[in-house]
Write a protein that binds this ligand. Structure first.
Ligand SMILES: [Zn+2]
Length: 479
């Protein structure tokens, strides 16, 4: 359930066997989905300024384009001063038409692999986070087409300007994009965001997934803070001098009040697309306030947070305490020959927040801070391919009380996820049209088994229980 806009996801470096980690195939583009950035300078910060409709047919003139290109050098200078990241070389610039952008987006989505989108979509459907039959790939494409406001492509080292957006609206976006260019020049953004090669080892993979999500948030958070500074510059202020102004701008990165494809997106897609911009920005602002600019930019790029828990709770990062998570049990190996993993993903604190928000609303989402580790696996058995794929979900929380709260939310959601739900033979069991759902509260953890035959569940459960007691310390990857 990883959604990072990690552009390495669609990078050709990736091996073919990544299909099994398709849960992460979302947001495959490193775009500036500056969802509300255009609203920053406006009176009502909670509304989103939509792109000019095609009918207004604004088109940038030659003289305007020239002036915009020239201004980029100054904006790059600005981004360097405000991030402390030195300019190593010039940034290539290109003016793109709407058609070019659309073709580019289509290619990116295509390169990411249709199959991976389909698998990711099915897993999110399985968790009740997307409606059944949801066309994820098509939806993401239309979302990107609608939301794109500019982007920096680390592969070609080029920043793209849009020929249908007035220059003044593009300049703040360029402060953001050129910050990405500086991150790239100094830390090789592609490689930095990718963290490490994918692995078949589930525990290691779930750690890598979380690190990618955390780093994506840092890249976006830093670029947002430079954008804020750029917006404040005419008044002679900066984010550091005027934290209140920064708060107002930060609160405009929201999904409230918009009326477009994005606003109509299922909660889980909105949450995962917004995460790097909201929590990432909050994190960078917090480090900036506590430790200064060097720590918030170069410091964070050299020692990024290790997971979404640290991103969402910067105190955990600032304290320097070791980060721990649980060992992941290879469900298909435990079940034996004939079983195959269809999908697997670690569940980080951000994922728990998404699940809670979708299942039970904003208030319930606060329980996400109780996160201490988790994952889910979807498996199939040879000869039973036509059956619904069984799923195991494991979540460790901070206390037995939190575990019971989550179990209650899980149970309450079942009638929305299945058409028929009846109490099963034992407590914590329900019969549905897709087999038995078994929910076990084990100390501070929850184990959910859906669609497994009773004998398979009985073999799996003791192994899952004992795996909960093994803590894995998270380290920065060897570069
Ligand atoms: Zn960005």
């Amino acid at each position: 359930m990883k959604y990072e806009g990690n552009l390495n996801v669609e990078n050709q470096k990736l091996q073919k066997d990544r299909g099994s980690y398709a849960g992460r195939a979302f947001a495959v583009l490193m775009l500036a989905l500056l969802l509300a950035a255009t609203a920053l300078g406006q009176a009502a910060p909670d509304t989103q300024a939509p792109l000019p409709p095609a009918s207004t047919a604004y088109h940038i003139g030659d003289a305007e384009a020239k002036e915009l290109f020239r201004s980029l050098d100054l904006i790059l200078q600005f981004a360097s001063e405000h991030s402390g990241l030195p300019i190593r070389h010039e940034v290539k610039k290109k003016l793109a038409t709407r058609e070019e952008v659309q073709r580019y987006l289509e290619k990116r989505i295509h390169d990411a692999g249709n199959e991976r989108f389909d698998r990711a979509g099915r897993s999110l459907e399985r968790l009740g986070l997307l409606p059944r039959g949801f066309k994820l790939r098509e939806y993401m494409l239309s979302l990107y087409k609608e939301q794109v406001e500019g982007w920096y492509d680390p592969k070609s080292k080029t920043v793209y300007l849009l020929d249908w957006v007035p220059p003044d609206a593009q300049k703040p976006v360029m402060a953001h994009e050129l910050t990405h260019a500086l991150q790239d020049q100094n830390y090789d953004l592609d490689k930095w965001l990718n963290v490490a090669q994918d692995t078949r080892d589930e525990s290691a993979q779930s750690v890598i997934d979380e690190q990618r999500e955390a780093r994506q948030s840092m890249a976006e958070g830093q670029a947002m803070v430079v954008l804020f500074d750029y917006m404040l510059a005419p008044s002679g202020q900066s984010v550091e001098d005027d934290p209140a102004a920064a708060d107002v701008m930060r609160s405009s990165i929201s999904d409230a009040g918009a009326d477009n494809t994005y606003a109509r997106a299922p909660i889980c897609l909105r949450e995962m697309m917004l995460f790097p911009y909201t929590f990432g920005t909050d994190f960078v602002l917090r480090v900036l306030a506590r430790r200064g600019r060097q720590a918030a930019f170069a410091g964070v790029l050299e020692h990024p947070p290790l997971d979404t828990h640290q991103v969402m709770e910067p105190a955990a990062y600032l304290s320097g305490e070791p980060q721990k998570t649980i060992r992941v049990l290879a469900v298909e190996k435990t079940l034996g020959s004939g079983w195959r993993r269809e999908d697997f993903s670690g569940l980080g604190e951000v994922d728990l927040r998404v699940i809670l928000r979708q299942w039970a609303g904003d208030e319930a989402a606060k329980l996400a801070t109780a996160w201490r580790g988790g994952y889910y696996a979807v498996v199939t058995q040879k000869g039973h391919a036509e059956r619904v794929m069984p799923m195991a979900l494991v979540l460790k929380l901070d206390s037995a009380e939190s575990a019971r709260k989550f179990a209650a939310i899980y149970e309450a959601e079942l009638p929305r996820r299945y058409q028929k739900v009846q109490p099963g033979k034992a407590a914590g069991e329900w019969e549905t049209e897709e087999g038995t759902v078994k929910l076990v509260v084990e100390g501070t953890a929850i184990i959910g088994l859906e669609g497994f035959a009773a004998t398979d569940a009985a073999r799996l459960l003791p192994q899952l229980r004992s795996s909960l007691h093994e803590a894995v310390e998270i380290h920065e990857p060897a570069q």
